[in-house]
Design a protein around this ligand. Structure first.
Ligand code: OXD
Ligand code: MN
Length: 604
């Protein structure tokens, strides 16, 4: 059998696609090439194959129907930013925040490693659509992979199979993803993006964001570059819908760095006094945003499932997530109970005796090692989510009324504030940062600037990315309002000042009311901050001093903040838009001119 005939299929006549698959098969030389149709029969066949090979472990089907556990290689448990490259003709195009390599050099280096790399293995051709089928937002990708685990995860995370080939037709416009696990050796691991070629090559890892090429690689790094060249935005944002007791619907997109509770916010359960409000999920991680015919900003979630962090997920922190992972889910690197169920730290139940840890070893209660890996995950179809929005699959997307930026900050940033205008909102996003947690001592962790939560995911020069955000405003005649939030502010003893989780609904309500011109706020140099009386605190036990402090704007803290932000802008170099440096200078002048130390508390 020739390589070419091995790659033949009956699912598509798309010449460009068939030719590219054949080229990749000639390079990697798999024993067979299988085109995935996305059917239930195919899923069952691949699942059986994965179970037989020990790649998946069936869980207790009475407790968790159709659920499986996968244990990754212990050297392969997270995204590897240091091995992730943006390969553009010039270094300037990738910018100072990305690892860069010249495309020709990287292709040549990887080709050597890929040569014959699928011998003895099967190459799966995985066609997928990012975004609702038939939507003007949507894009088609093809991932070639030698991992059944990847195929089964892609089936949950994307609209995968024949439907993607139907949407592609005979167009040559598709993302070309080539993934090979090789020997899962960190020395032979590379995740490389070639934006100009709409191509991703990933080798040496089978894990999550490195291997499910639809997610961070395509839907953020490559798509952010497509968005820049085509006039739209690909963002690290959840999308949620809010319905008031009067039936008024508002859609919000929100960017937070990893581990700041994005999945929890996307499927929040409102507190009892807000029981007549409904929160629905459109997406928990990625948003693609375009200007709609009405001049507003509209968004879709390009994904079809959730790849959520398991530890910390509990009935208290995320009731909907606990319900949705009850069936038809794949778990990666969580602990296994003796009765074939899963367990992780922060689940709010005692670990049972006889637990097996994420590496497959017996785990003893009280052990200092975690039973579940801190980055262990669940993969779940979005249709499992009891709070899924009826608009989640809408080809037109949803109209976004508010954009939220947020990080984990022990000091400085108030619970919520609204930007003065679009440029100031972009400034808020560009300067956002998150601190590493500093246990109970209250000491402030290390601050990492993570603009728009996109630092690891922007596929081109960060300065140009800021410029693109500013330029988008010219086409948006009805821009959403932009807010900055911080659920994590602490007192001097290190206690959180705000309860977070479902109580964040109160902040969302203030945001909805601001969008609709109904709520008050106090203008300060850093933004419009609510007074305590402007937030609906009914039914919440919180000390008046805590709410005062969580909303306070402290001039000296903001001076330090702006000094640090200006330093960060300096690292971006000449592509940094002058408007944002100007915003920084103006804010410092306004702070100098401000008389009061804690304006919101003092002013009303
Ligand atoms: C994720 C991340 O996996 O942001 O979503 O790290
Ligand atoms: Mn993410």
């Amino acid at each position: 059998m020739t390589q070419d005939s091995r790659a033949k299929n009956s699912m598509t006549q798309n010449a460009a696609l068939v030719q590219w698959v054949e080229e990749c098969a000639r390079l990697t030389r798999p024993d067979q090439v299988i085109w995935c149709d996305g059917s239930a029969a195919e899923r069952d066949r691949l699942t059986k194959q994965a179970v037989d090979a020990g790649v998946l472990l069936p869980l207790n089907h009475n407790k968790r129907p159709n659920c499986y556990l996968h244990r990754s290689n212990p050297n392969d448990v997270a995204r590897t930013e240091q091995l992730t490259f943006i390969c553009t003709p010039t270094k300037e195009e990738a910018g100072p925040t990305n690892n860069w390599s010249a495309p020709d050099e990287m292709y040549a280096r990887m080709r050597t490693m890929l040569d014959g790399s699928m011998r003895g293995r099967t190459m799966h051709v995985v066609p997928y659509v990012m975004g609702p089928l038939g939507s003007p937002f949507s894009r088609v990708g093809i991932e070639l992979t030698d991992s059944i685990y990847v195929v089964l995860n892609m089936r949950i995370m994307t609209r995968m199979g024949k439907q993607a080939l139907d949407q592609l037709g005979d167009s040559g416009e598709f993302n070309k993803g080539l993934h090979c696990t090789l020997d899962v050796n960190p020395d032979r691991r590379l995740i490389c993006h070639f934006p100009q070629d709409n191509t991703i090559w990933s080798i040496g890892s089978g894990y999550g964001g490195n291997a499910l090429l639809s997610k961070k690689c395509f839907a953020l790094r490559i798509a952010s570059w497509l968005g820049k060249t085509q006039g739209w935005l690909a963002e690290h944002m959840l999308i949620l819908g809010l319905e008031s007791p009067r039936g008024e619907k508002t859609y919000i997109a929100a960017a937070f760095p990893s581990a700041c509770g994005k999945t929890n916010l996307a499927m929040l359960t409102p507190p009892p006094t807000f029981k007549d409000w409904k929160v629905t999920t459109i997406g928990d991680d990625i948003a693609w945003l375009r200007v709609g015919p009405d001049g507003g900003l509209w968004a879709v979630n390009p994904e079809a499932g959730y790849f959520g962090v398991a530890p910390g997920t509990s009935y208290k922190s995320n009731l909907n997530a606990m319900k949705m992972v009850g069936h038809d889910s794949i778990f990666t690197n969580v602990a296994l109970t003796p009765d074939g169920d899963v367990w992780w730290e922060g689940m709010d139940t005692e670990p049972p005796d006889g637990l097996i840890d994420w590496k497959g070893d017996a785990w003893k209660k009280g052990s200092k090692d975690k039973a579940a890996h801190p980055n262990s995950r669940f993969t779940t179809p979005m249709t499992n989510n009891p709070a899924i929005s009826p608009m989640a699959d809408n080809p037109q997307g949803v109209p976004i009324s508010a954009i939220i930026f947020g990080g984990r900050r022990a000091t400085t940033v108030p619970l919520v504030m609204e930007s003065h205008d679009w440029t100031h909102g972009v400034f808020m996003g560009a300067t956002m940062g998150s601190e590493t947690t500093a246990a109970a001592s209250g000491a402030v962790g290390v601050l990492r600037r993570d603009p728009m939560a996109m630092l690891p995911f922007c596929g081109y020069n960060m300065g140009e990315y800021f410029g693109h955000w500013l330029a988008m405003r010219r086409n948006i005649s009805r821009p959403p309002k932009i807010f900055l939030v911080n659920w994590f502010r602490k007192d001097s003893e290190g206690n959180f000042l705000w309860p977070g989780y479902g109580e964040n609904m109160r902040v969302l309500k203030w945001i909805v009311d601001r969008v609709n011109g109904r709520a008050q706020g106090v203008p300060t140099p850093v933004g419009v901050v609510p007074h305590a009386a402007d937030i609906d605190l009914t039914g919440l036990e919180i000390a008046p001093d805590s709410i005062r402090r969580v909303l306070a704007v402290n001039n000296s803290e903001w001076h330090a903040e702006m000094e640090s932000a200006a330093k960060f802008f300096g690292t971006i170099g000449k592509s940094m838009p002058s408007e944002l440096a100007e915003s920084c200078r103006k804010l410092v002048d306004d702070l100098d001119g401000a008389a009061a130390e804690e304006r919101p508390a003092a002013s009303r």
